[in-house]
Design a protein around this ligand. Structure first.
Ligand code: NDP
Length: 296
């Protein structure tokens, strides 16, 4: 597998973060405005703790305020809603993110609906889903936004007429990404667990995005030669009890590298870019709340 095919999400995210840091510096200097992001984690899920810590670290590194709220497993829905009401009212907080999944007791729909749509930097509020599907200005969910940026890096800005297959139809990845690609004039197929003959369908795609959560499901036979493959999946594999779990994507990387023109690795592909997009959304939210355009 040639290394030139590897889309370096880490490096591209670094460039994006540097750009965000520059925008933040301009907002601080010219408008005395420091964008602030509040991240709320309920419980002690180890993967979520890592994500939340990374978000906190990068937010601070970009010169923004980060407000981390780590609540115990025993937190009630009412307590969480009370915290969200406080954050909605806090003028220092421009973006609010509640880390999913929430404990089963708490309704994610109720919690997401309680966030002020203008502070909803995940873009999961129903108002923002509506804005997205209507083509209005508003926050775009971070992982789909990251996929779009990586595709633009490989293929240029013009994706018009390309065949795109998105595997997975979740509200956080597949559905919003299908919308973004449709907006870019791709011909989009949204595939899922009931789709017939996935390999043949995928083999038509110029752009193939896998977001299913099935380790290394997509193999070379599924991929059209020269296609661009974006692997959103993050799967922890335990080879045996003695070794630490390793991360793999939904795509069999080495196998697919033989046929794809470009492919994102896991880790180091979509993941880092997703955090950069979260910071982008926070800067944009702060600007909107203050009637400013986002600085260059
Ligand atoms: P969900 O579990 O919410 O959705 C999975 C989707 O895949 C569903 O639409 C499901 O179909 C479909 N699916 C499952 N099995 C198959 C199959 N065998 N064939 C075809 N389709 C299938 O997952 P998410 O969208 O939340 O996440 C997907 C993956 O992406 C996970 O590995 C997750 O960890 C990762 N992820 C990575 C992020 C990043 O920043 N890099 C961010 C978010 C997620 P159906 O609807 O029919 O059930």
């Amino acid at each position: 597998a040639s290394n030139s095919k590897r889309i370096d999400g880490e490096a591209l995210a670094g460039q994006r973060l540097a750009r965000v840091a520059g925008q933040v510096a301009t907002l601080v200097d010219a408008h005395a405005l420091t964008p602030g992001l509040a991240v709320v984690l309920v419980g002690s899920d180890p993967a979520s703790q890592i994500y939340v810590r990374n978000k906190h670290r990068q937010t601070v590194a970009a010169g923004m305020h980060s407000y981390l709220h780590q609540l115990p497993d025993t937190t009630s829905q009412a307590q969480l809603l009370a915290l969200i009401a406080e954050l909605n009212a806090d003028p220092c907080v421009h973006g609010i993110l509640v880390q999913l999944p929430l404990p089963a007791r708490i309704s994610p729909a109720a919690v997401l609906a309680a966030i002020d749509p203008d502070k909803d930097v995940d873009g999961f509020h129903e108002v923002n889903i509506g804005r997205l599907w209507r083509g209005d200005d508003g926050p775009v969910p971070c992982t789909p936004m990251a996929c779009r940026l990586l595709l633009h890096h490989v293929l240029g800005e013009n994706l018009s007429g390309l065949e795109a297959v998105v595997l997975g139809r979740s509200n956080i990845v597949g559905k919003p990404l299908a919308n973004l690609l449709l907006r870019e004039d791709c011909t989009v197929t949204l595939a899922h667990s009931k789709t017939r003959d996935l390999p043949a369908l995928c083999a038509r795609a110029d752009i193939l995005v896998a977001a299913v959560g099935r380790p290394e499901m997509v193999t070379a036979e599924w991929v059209k030669p020269g296609a661009t493959v974006i692997d959103v999946g993050i799967n922890r594999i335990h080879d045996d009890a003695a070794t630490k779990p390793r991360l793999v994507g939904d795509v069999a990387y080495d196998d697919v590298s033989r046929v794809a023109a470009a492919i994102t690795p896991v880790p180091g592909g979509v993941g880092p870019m997703t955090i950069a997009c979260l910071l982008d959304n926070t800067v944009a939210a702060a600007c909107r709340q203050h009637g400013l355009t986002v600085p260059d």
